[in-house]
Design a binder for this molecule. Structure first.
Ligand SMILES: [Zn+2]
Length: 286
């Protein structure tokens, strides 16, 4: 079920593509198990933990903007995905009255397989076409290059079929760093998880939110900056980026939207008198 939250005059629609099962040891990276076990991580028999797949749909200045497209129907990430009631991002879009053809702009924070799966759909003849036929797809140029030229480390998660069909139809728009989408939505570079990972800032009526993409897979990683995951390609940069983002989120009381937190992934960061950061869930309202 979609969740709705008001940010100034913007209606934020949080949509789920299901839950994604990731190896818990990989999520917590260099952190010893004796430390992360204490925070109460639930694991299945394969030592995997469930993480969210929270996309964001927002109408801004006449544009219907979809941020992140989940796992989609690509075989391998789908094998790690659970969709209660068979509900995927497409059913969630329908539930808020949006058909794929209504989407004007798609934003991918990066191109790992659990973030851009519904960019494209497989046709009966085995070819892939854009799911959102009328949309411009906004992707950082460096991220696109990394996806199209994967290395031994990144090959398993970069699928050309999530991207090349967009280029074929002329719907792919490559960005060079900070980009204004509307007066209320700005894409900003947030290096670390990948070299050209991006986040999205939304502002309206004096309120600001940041959609942080894959900066974390568990909210404790926002509270403890050195807790970076094995999925971060540039761990030290990821830590520095996270520190800067959390500092700003605390100081400016930004709403934080985390794709991989439990649905709907809304929270705020606060700082205790002894300088410790804390995530608190925000219940969607308005
Ligand atoms: Zn991810």
């Amino acid at each position: 079920m979609p969740a709705r939250h008001r940010l100034g005059s913007l209606h934020l629609n949080l949509l789920t593509d299901g839950v994604f099962y990731q190896d818990a040891g990989a999520v917590f990276g260099i952190v010893p198990r004796v430390l992360w076990e204490r925070i109460g991580v639930e694991m299945n028999a394969r030592y995997q933990m469930a993480i969210g797949l929270n996309s964001l749909l927002v109408e801004s200045q006449g544009k219907t903007v979809l941020i992140e497209t989940g796992v989609g129907e690509k075989e391998r990430p789908l094998g790690q995905t659970e969709r209660p009631g068979g509900i995927s991002l497409l059913e969630e879009l329908a539930a808020v009255g949006v058909a794929p053809a209504d989407v004007d702009i798609v934003v991918n924070t990066h191109l790992h397989a659990d973030h851009c799966g519904w960019n494209t759909k497989k046709q009966a003849d085995g070819t892939y076409t854009p799911t959102f036929a009328n949309a411009r797809y906004l992707i950082q140029r460096g991220e696109y290059d990394a996806c199209m030229n994967p290395n031994e480390r990144t090959r398993a998660t970069y699928f050309a079929e999530n991207v090349t069909p967009l280029a074929d139809t002329g719907q792919l728009e490559l960005l060079d760093g900070e980009t204004r989408v509307t007066d209320e939505i700005i894409i900003i570079p947030t290096h670390g998880h990948t070299a050209d990972h991006a986040s999205v800032i939304l502002s309206s009526g004096g309120e600001t939110a940041i959609y942080i993409g894959d900066m974390i897979q568990h909210t404790v990683q926002l509270e403890r900056p050195p807790w970076v995951s094995s999925f971060d390609i540039f761990p030290i940069e990821a830590m520095e980026t996270k520190k800067a983002v959390v500092r700003k989120a605390v100081d400016e009381q930004q709403l934080v939207i985390a794709v991989h937190a439990d649905f709907p992934g809304l929270g705020r960061m606060s700082e205790s008198s002894d300088g410790k950061w804390k995530w608190t869930d925000v219940t969607p309202s308005g």
